[in-house]
Design a binder for this molecule. Structure first.
Ligand code: ATP
Length: 235
């Protein structure tokens, strides 16, 4: 579904991503792990069209999206939840969600149907629909940005560190949500600091270090073959 081949990303002379390759199959949940600065966020931003690749190829369902704009990427069926977890604080929860449906703005009936489905999945957002998004807790804001991304009706979802800075009980709920989304058939690429939790939900994982993929495999293979503290914690 998502195929990244020999991808490189640079910031001036800094080579943040150095020729990495990985795939995410239809309905798969793949985790991208690595220490701070390994190049995970740069990889996601590049796939999302927010950063230009300095080399390599990205295809989505066989279609080349390497040089696509963020809007073209969303239209191609890929939505991203960035780690910044930005909501529009003065807009209501409902208004934030509708902004996620921008590319389907002429299909109001479809948007209402999708919103109903998401309200079932995220009941707290339904309860708080008329409340300014800035008044939500950190965990609720994370739910909101995930739901807002789903309003674009993606086939592939990129999630950048959804557990960052959240209390353990909330992290647990976020991961339950991710599993529910996976069961619904969504293809997911998950960047996580929380290695154990990321491996618990993943079908496969790739470990990055210094802009390169150093290990890949099933969670059991990763646990058995790689020294996670060395690769993940940068030790
Ligand atoms: P983190 O978990 O801290 O976000 P990461 O694995 O996502 O880490 P990136 O954020 O992709 O890593 O960073 C990869 C490299 O690129 C690092 O050396 C980082 O300092 C550098 N980098 C990231 N963003 C920029 C930028 N806007 N300008 C210059 N260098 C950057």
């Amino acid at each position: 579904m998502l195929d990244v081949s020999d991808l490189s990303v640079s910031y001036g002379t800094i080579r943040a991503v150095r020729g990495i390759s990985f795939t995410v199959g239809k309905g798969e949940l793949v985790s991208l792990l690595g220490a701070n600065g390994a190049g995970k966020s740069s990889t996601l931003k590049c796939i999302a069209g927010a950063l230009k690749a300095s080399g390599g190829l990205i295809t989505l369902g066989g279609k080349d999206i390497t040089s696509a704009s963020p809007e073209q990427v969303v239209r191609a069926g890929l939505a991203t939840v960035p780690e910044t977890r930005d909501v529009f604080p003065d807009l209501t929860v409902g208004e934030n969600l509708m902004l996620g449906a921008y590319i389907h703005r002429r299909d109001q009936a479809g948007n209402r149907q999708n919103l109903e489905r998401l309200h079932t999945l995220f009941p707290r957002l339904a309860e708080r629909s008329h409340q300014p998004a800035g008044t939500l807790s950190g965990g609720e804001q994370q739910m909101l940005v995930i739901a807002r991304a789903l309003m674009s009706r993606p086939t592939v979802l990129l999630l950048d560190e959804p557990s960052l800075g959240l209390a353990p009980a909330i992290v647990e709920r976020i991961f339950e949500m991710i599993e529910t989304l996976k069961k619904s058939g969504l293809t997911i690429l998950l960047v996580e600091q929380n290695v154990n939790q990321a491996l618990a939900v993943a079908d496969r994982a790739y470990v990055m270090r210094l802009g390169m993929v150093v290990t890949s495999g099933t969670p059991d293979e990763i646990r058995a073959t790689s020294d996670l503290s060395a690769h993940y914690l940068g030790g």
